[in-house]
Write a protein that binds this ligand. Structure first.
Ligand SMILES: Nc1ncnc2c1ncn2[C@@H]1O[C@H](COP(=O)(O)OP(=O)(O)OP(=O)(O)O)[C@@H](O)[C@H]1O
Length: 262
């Protein structure tokens, strides 16, 4: 991968070829403390109604991209633009208000609280009760299981079900883009399949998704656009099916042979 001179230009998803991106990171440099830079001129865009997936080797900086996008880590240089507004350097709370919702790696539900309490935490900043009711109806129709288990303790749910609660919580503020860090982590194949189905449902319901995954093949199967990170930059990007069929990627990141293209 490192022998490629320049990244392949990004392609917009087929569903919205000319759409202006909802999220744009341009030439971002970022790192932790005095350590060497992790992101070295990274650029990525997320178009409306699309799932964009970042894949790459361990330590490539995938989670760091989400931390910069959500305001948890301030970039040393470069730009973060949400729906045409430059939000570089804003706090996580300000970025949430700008339309970016972050579902971090691991489990973030409060097990001793009910599903309802967990989901409604996502709307703590929304004062309008009718808006909260409207969003509750929306997320429970999108994720029926969340509605069915509304009064149950979140800790009684399986890992995959808890992930749905986290997705529902992230949608309560009606974000423009949801940032998902390793949503399939620790889940069995059946739960993983359901989680990726839910990711596509979010997209189909109007929320764009920027997804980071170790499970590169499975994530690319659910994504519209794939980006391969290497050495702190997006090294290759294009329609996810093309990446799945790319023999270089199959060899290096997807564990074997490329997917056969019909
Ligand atoms: N809080 C932190 N402080 C210092 N270094 C960090 C911190 N978080 C991540 N790093 C370092 O930054 C680099 C990129 O980490 P990051 O988590 O973004 O990679 P990743 O591609 O998501 O990897 P993985 O797939 O293993 O989660 C790694 O070398 C990691 O050790």
């Amino acid at each position: 991968m490192a022998s490629e001179p320049e990244p392949v230009p990004a392609a917009a998803p087929a569903s919205s070829p000319a759409a202006e991106p909802l999220l744009r990171l341009t030439d971002v440099q970022a790192g932790y403390g005095r350590a060497a830079l992790v992101l070295r001129g990274l650029s990525v865009t997320v178009a409306p109604s699309s799932v964009v997936c970042l894949v790459g080797p361990n330590g490539a900086g995938k989670s760091t991209v989400l931390k910069v996008a959500s305001g948890m880590l301030k970039p040393r240089s470069g730009q973060v633009v949400v729906d045409g507004v430059d939000v570089t350097g804003r706090t996580p709370q300000q970025l949430l208000a700008s339309g970016l919702s972050h579902v971090p790696q691991g489990h973030s539900v409060f097990p001793e609280m009910t599903v309802a309490e967990n989901v409604l935490l996502g709307a703590y900043s929304v004062r309008d009760r009718s808006l909260v009711a409207e969003r509750t109806e929306f997320v429970t129709s999108l994720f029926p299981l969340v509605g069915e288990r509304w009064g149950a303790l979140a800790g009684a749910l399986s890992g995959g079900q808890q992930k749905q609660v986290e997705f529902a919580r992230s949608l309560m503020v009606r974000p423009k883009v949801v940032l998902l860090d390793e949503p399939s982590m620790g889940l069995d194949p059946k739960a993983t399949a359901i989680v990726f189905e839910q990711v596509q449902r979010m997209r189909d319901a109007g929320t764009a998704v920027l997804l980071v995954e170790q499970n590169a093949r499975r994530a690319l199967e659910a994504a519209d656009v794939g980006c391969v990170l290497d050495l702190g930059r997006v090294h290759i990007t294009g329609p996810a099916p093309d990446l799945l069929a790319d023999p270089r990627l199959a060899q290096l990141y997807l564990g074997g042979r490329p997917k056969e293209v019909p």
